[in-house]
Design a protein around this ligand. Structure first.
Ligand code: 13P
Ligand code: SF4
Length: 299
């Protein structure tokens, strides 16, 4: 299957982008593997005719918004991030009416329709920097309450209103599960994604995006770590650090939607070009502005 995928990529001038949460077999055949910010930048710069996006729907959708003339395919169009929808109808208008200078800051893990109502997008690797740089005092941070709270702690000079959404996978990691790992591995620093709940982040040594966690583990002198994020990151962590050990809360955090990307589904979509991301022009135009603003503010 790997050979067939490589052949089709060459024949069709296609590139495969994969998030760190996909399975090892998918990361192995991908041309680019990264966190959501890196993948959005790569999608924007790509010279390929076809982008096969192995991730969840908002990622493929963002790639298409940034590349309207390219064919963006997803191995499984039903791979979705539940958090992307967790903003109540009408709440954005309600907040805009309440605060004159409100900036709506939208985590990239959101639908294109929510992006259309937002001023700027962020990812977990640039949210603090972007919120700090905004002139607005009042910020409505959607959809993730945990990333929103983390940003609010880092940027106390702003009034950050936090929406009530969360990632069901990260929110399931408990302080008890983390403490059980800490007891087994007392020397291991804890590395967590900011989508985790406060009780987990309070017991964490380093908080960062998937790419930040991977970079931290590589430069650290420690030889073992407890990792509080989706276990797909383990592929890159052990490839970069064959002599280090990585432990996860029990049960291992696993995003079933990300795991819908398989060698079978990648091969099938490359052959048939049938699972294309299609976005209405009106939605595309509205969602492009906050995505481009994010890219501009992080230049
Ligand atoms: P990153 O931005 O760290 O890649 O995270 C994406 C994500 O979906 C986290 O659950
Ligand atoms: Fe969405 Fe959570 Fe899966 Fe990331 S891990 S894609 S935030 S459900």
């Amino acid at each position: 299957m790997k050979n067939q995928i490589e052949k089709l990529k060459r024949e069709k001038n296609a590139v495969v982008l994969a998030h760190y949460y996909t399975s090892a077999e998918v990361q192995e055949i991908a041309d680019y593997v990264g966190d959501s910010f890196y993948l959005a930048k790569i999608a924007k710069q790509s010279k390929a005719d076809i982008i096969v996006f192995c991730g969840v729907y908002f990622m493929g959708e963002s790639a298409k918004i940034l590349n309207p003339d390219k064919k963006v395919l997803m191995p499984d169009l039903t791979a979705d991030c539940p958090m992307a929808h967790m903003v109540a109808d009408g709440i954005i208008d309600e907040k805009r009416k309440k605060y004159d200078d409100l900036a709506v800051v939208c985590y990239i893990n959101s639908t294109a329709k929510l992006k259309c109502q937002s001023d700027v997008c962020v990812t977990s690797s640039n949210a603090v920097k972007i919120v700090k740089s905004l002139p607005n005092k009042n910020i409505f941070f959607i959809p993730d309450k945990n990333l929103g709270r983390f940003v609010a702690e880092q940027v106390p000079e702003k009034n950050i209103i936090i929406n009530d959404g969360c990632c069901p996978i990260h929110a399931k990691i408990t302080a008890e599960q983390l403490c059980a790992e800490k007891e087994k591995h007392p020397e291991a620093p804890v590395l967590s994604h900011p989508e985790c709940e406060a009780e987990v982040l309070e017991k964490t040594d380093y908080i960062g995006s998937t790419a930040d966690i991977i970079a931290y583990a590589k430069q650290s002198n420690a030889d073992e770590f407890i990792v509080c994020t989706e276990d797909g990151v383990n592929y890159k962590l052990i490839s970069d650090n064959p002599d280090k050990r990585f432990y996860y809360p029990d049960p291992h955090p696993c995003c079933a939607d990300m795991k819908l990307n398989t060698l079978d589904t990648v091969l099938s979509v490359l052959k048939n070009e049938d699972k294309e991301v299609v976005i209405e022009d009106r939605v595309r135009d509205g969602a492009l502005l906050p995505l481009e603003k994010m890219l501009e503010l992080t230049k």
